[in-house]
Design a protein around this ligand. Sequence first.
Ligand code: NAD
Ligand code: GLY
Length: 368
Amino acid sequence: MQAPISPFRTVSIALAERSYAIRIGSGLLGRVDTWAGLPKATTAVVVTNTTVQPLYAAQLKTAIAGRFSRVLELALPDGEAHKDWANLQSIFDLLLAQGCDRKTLLFALGGGVVGDIAGFAAACYMRGVPFVQVPTTLLAQVDSSVGGKTAINHPLGKNMVGAFYQPLMVVADLDTLQTLPPREMSAGLAEIIKYGPIVDMVFFDWIEANLPALLARQPEALAYAVQRSCEIKAHVVGQDERESGLRAILNFGHTFGHAIEAGLGFGVWLHGEAVGCGMVMAAELSRRLGLVDATFVARLKQLISRAGLPVVGPLLGADEYLHHMRVDKKAEGGEMRFVLINAPGQAVMRSAPDALVREVIDVCCHAG
Ligand code: NAD
Ligand code: GLY
């Protein structure tokens, strides 16, 4: 007898007793078998936001209803500004008011904002309750839902209060991407493109060839892009879960990108937009350090631009950029550390002279 065809592709993330599966496919949210293997519990709590709730919460709740005595729901306000103490508290308020015990299972249904705050709530509530990531943005499916980084923002810094806390499972339903605004699709593409220069130029070639299909949201193209991104991320995180070294390469473009986000005020540029432009700046810094040539920088810049992302940084002034880059979590003793491209497909962590960083900012940033 033939084995039944699985409705999803699975990528595994190997972290000993914290290992888990990433399930990727179409129509997964509403299928009962998607959720097979999750532990039995009295209560499930779906944490989502006011945009995603009307689109997808009912499907998920119906599919998991048979596994729990009750399924509660909490819709947070939408936006990065709400990844904060007040909304973290509102999750704890619900859990306590409803008498949720330490077996309660949290489902983070939404983009990276919901995933980060619900994951952090799961890490803290009763010193840790299990949770499942159900990412509904491209960025969350290829990056933020995988690897266990959870956090909220502090007024003095983004993602500055958080924990490493792995989900029990990640379910990436590709159908949810059909309702994503185009700007959010492009932001997710930035995090997909990122994996090429740091690890896998064959994947980069594939993205170049398949970008029109990705922008058109063709399911097969999306499935491969999400799968390959998750495989690369799982491989890196499997070697360095808590970012004592290698994992930092996943932050390619993020040091300049962080400065753009912070300098403009969070939310003006999307995270993925800032990362896209930040990759151009980090590649240019790599070139000025003699690591890669101008052809590589131009190729990367062209792909980022084709993905609908900005490739010219905002004119904040070099002092402002440097100020924000020094607050980055990769900085050590106030010295900036950059993820640079040593050769196409190979990343390296390095510091760089301030003068060279200033040159890059001057060349890559213009009044918009
Ligand atoms: P987001 O969560 O704000 O989602 C973007 C927008 O899309 C929101 O308005 C959201 O409501 C909406 N949305 C979500 N799914 C939708 C759907 N299917 N259809 C229509 N609209 C939908 O942003 P994001 O880009 O997903 O995530 C960014 C966040 O992720 C940032 O806070 C960033 O710090 C964090 N992040 C975390 C990690 C990590 O490893 N934990 C990695 C990268 C980014
Ligand atoms: N997004 C970078 C990381 O998860 O390490």
